[in-house]
Design a protein around this ligand. Structure first.
Ligand SMILES: CC(=O)SCCNC(=O)CCNC(=O)[C@H](O)C(C)(C)COP(=O)(O)OP(=O)(O)OC[C@H]1O[C@@H](n2cnc3c(N)ncnc32)[C@H](O)[C@@H]1OP(=O)(O)O
Ligand SMILES: O=CC(=O)O
Ligand SMILES: [Mg+2]
Length: 532
């Protein structure tokens, strides 16, 4: 065995196992190679443009609607009609492409399962490969799993529809290099999923359906459009076969929704309110704006004016253009404690009722135990209709940039700061250990929610915030609280768990990204260096 595999001008940094050889066939690699050679250079330019926009925000500018694309916003046009199968997406479950979880998700009482290579996956090579193999088996309807206790998991006869969320533009796949540079992670996920599943999907009347995360500008979905078109031609697919739902989960993107739908009009079926990354992006984009600092995370609920405006503008924009307006995720997950569980169910129900009432066409759940409650709320609102495309929201007053950027009221407290530290620390420990989604204190925590936790603290330190009890937030206060929370975790989890886990690495990373002068753009970038 050699140490690396060179195929054409792609270099794989390690030899393939027998299982990986099923995915990394010469033909699949050829396709990946072609995509990388054609599209990787443009991705560099798109990332540079992100940096340049951020520099302007850091110098005091605020995101706004682009006057140069006003004609796209003002003209009447619609996206290509939504395929029949995708017109009713009232409940979607999400989760990493872990074998047991994929079966449970596809068997849940939902319309769609979004298999996630982004927020909920720590992209180790092993997880990526297992995830792709799992999805290939799911598409072929041969997926099964036997737990250590001997429980057998199999797909039901009418599983949910499958969508694949590829990694965001910023993430690399370091195990594959082209011209001595790591290739774009999203392109790797896309190429393998498409190559191995397109025939089987089409055979059963489905198609390659994707979720595109963390877009910041319409030019980024134009990049994906060219990849979709090229792939359709390569596989002799009619134009518009490949479909995508675009997450609107960055602050700059909320000002670009018409432009995003326009650029991707042959392929897009909807936009989605990725509320957690959106909150993170609000903090990051406005990192230097001392008058727009967010309070404790617990107070940043969807009824805050800036988030309510975001949800309503997304619905209004989508419905005018004939696209679905998907809602987002409550982070609450079921509890074994009956009293807490009743409270969780009530909160999730309220959240789904708000989304359905606003006019969303569907929503997300993080756990199968929440599917029925979400389904009931959307059934109540939608009735026999597959969606709410007829809800125009034309009666609303225009949603302005001021409203979308409006500062969020609420307190900054020591308890809130400690909670942020606990979440970020435990999440980073899980992530660098290869687990990208974990329950912490009754909440689903993934890369997006952890980003809120760590960037909040950075911003509070950077802008010398005063907590509700009068304490000044400083690096020293953060370091003391980090130390205390580490000790508290040792008490709760036990010395052994803390010693054998990756807490020392997690605490070091946390300290570094929280006290750096520059706000690190994604925790997964330095984190990825620690992943195998
Ligand atoms: C901000 C965003 O990007 S949101 C999208 C990304 N985030 C996600 O997708 C979150 C997905 N959710 C999860 O990963 C999980 O629900 C967690 C980690 C939060 C909790 O998982 P667990 O600790 O396993 O929960 P719990 O023990 O209650 O699970 C009970 C059962 O439900 C299953 N389950 C839990 N969540 C899911 C899910 N999302 N999909 C399918 N099955 C699930 C478990 O596998 C388990 O199955 P089993 O009884 O057959 O063993
Ligand atoms: O991806 C979803 C989010 O809320 O972030
Ligand atoms: Mg997200």
């Amino acid at each position: 065995m050699t140490d690396s595999v060179i195929h054409n001008t792609l270099t794989f940094t390690q030899p393939f196992t027998q299982a990986e050889k099923q995915l990394l066939t010469p033909e699949a690699i050829d396709f990946l190679h072609t995509l990388v050679a054609r599209f990787a250079p443009e991705r560099e330019r798109l990332l540079k443009a992100r940096q340049q926009r951020q520099q302007r925000y850091d110098q005091g500018a605020l995101p706004d609607f682009d006057s140069e694309t006003a004609s796209i916003r003002n003209r009447d046009w619609q996206v290509r009609p939504i395929p029949q199968l995708l017109r009713d997406r009232r409940v979607e479950i999400t989760g990493p492409p872990d074998r047991k979880m994929v079966i449970n998700a596809l068997n849940a009482n939902v319309n769609v399962f979004m298999a996630d290579f982004e927020d909920s996956l720590a992209p180790t090579w092993q997880k990526l490969m297992d995830g792709q193999l799992t999805l290939r088996d799911a598409v072929k309807d041969t997926l099964s799993f036997t737990s250590e206790a001997g429980k057998i998991y199999q797909l039901k006869s009418d599983p949910a529809l499958l969508m694949c969320r590829v990694r965001g533009l910023h993430l690399n796949e370091k195990h594959v290099e082209w011209r001595d540079r790591a290739i774009p992670g999203g392109l790797f996920d896309f190429a393998l999923y498409l190559f191995h599943n397109v025939d089987a999907l089409l055979e059963k009347g489905h198609a390659p359906w994707f979720y595109l995360p963390k877009t910041e500008h319409a030019s980024e979905v134009a990049w994906w459009r060219e990849i979709f078109r090229f792939s359709e031609d390569r596989f002799d697919l009619p134009r518009g076969t490949i479909k995508a739902t675009v997450l609107i989960e960055t602050l700059p993107a909320v000002f670009q929704m018409d432009e995003i739908l326009w650029e991707l009009r042959d392929h897009v079926v909807g936009l989605n309110c990725g509320r957690w990354d959106y909150i993170f992006s609000y903090i990051k984009t406005l990192a230097q704006h001392g008058d727009r600092i967010l309070p404790d995370r617990q107070q940043i609920s969807m009824d805050q004016p800036f988030l309510d405006a975001y949800s309503r503008l997304l619905i209004k924009t989508c419905h005018r253009r004939g696209a679905l307006a998907m809602g987002g995720m409550s982070a609450l997950i079921p509890s074994k404690d009956a009293e807490r569980n009743a409270w969780v169910m009530q909160k999730v129900q309220e959240d789904k009722a708000r989304e359905a009432g606003n006019g969303h066409d569907g929503t997300w759940v993080a756990h199968p135990g929440l599917a029925d409650i979400a389904m009931a709320e959307f059934d109540r609102q939608l009735g026999e209709q597959p969606n709410q495309l007829h809800v125009s929201r034309d009666q609303d007053a225009p949603i302005t940039a001021e409203r979308l950027l409006r500062p969020c009221r609420g307190l900054r407290t020591e308890a809130g700061m400690r909670a942020n530290i606990r979440v970020a620390l435990q999440y980073l420990e899980a992530w660098i250990g290869g687990n990208g989604c974990v329950p912490i204190d009754g909440l689903m925590e993934d890369a997006a929610t952890a980003e809120i936790a760590r960037t909040s603290i950075w911003q509070w330190i950077h802008h010398k915030q005063i907590l509700s009890d009068g304490q000044l937030v400083t690096t020293e206060l953060f370091e003391r609280l980090l130390d205390e929370e580490m000790q508290a975790l040792q008490q709760t989890l036990g010395e052994e768990r803390c010693r054998s886990g990756r807490f020392a690495d997690a605490a070091a990373l946390m300290a570094q990204i929280t006290t750096d002068d520059e706000l690190v753009s994604f925790l997964t970038l330095p984190g990825y260096r620690l992943l195998p």
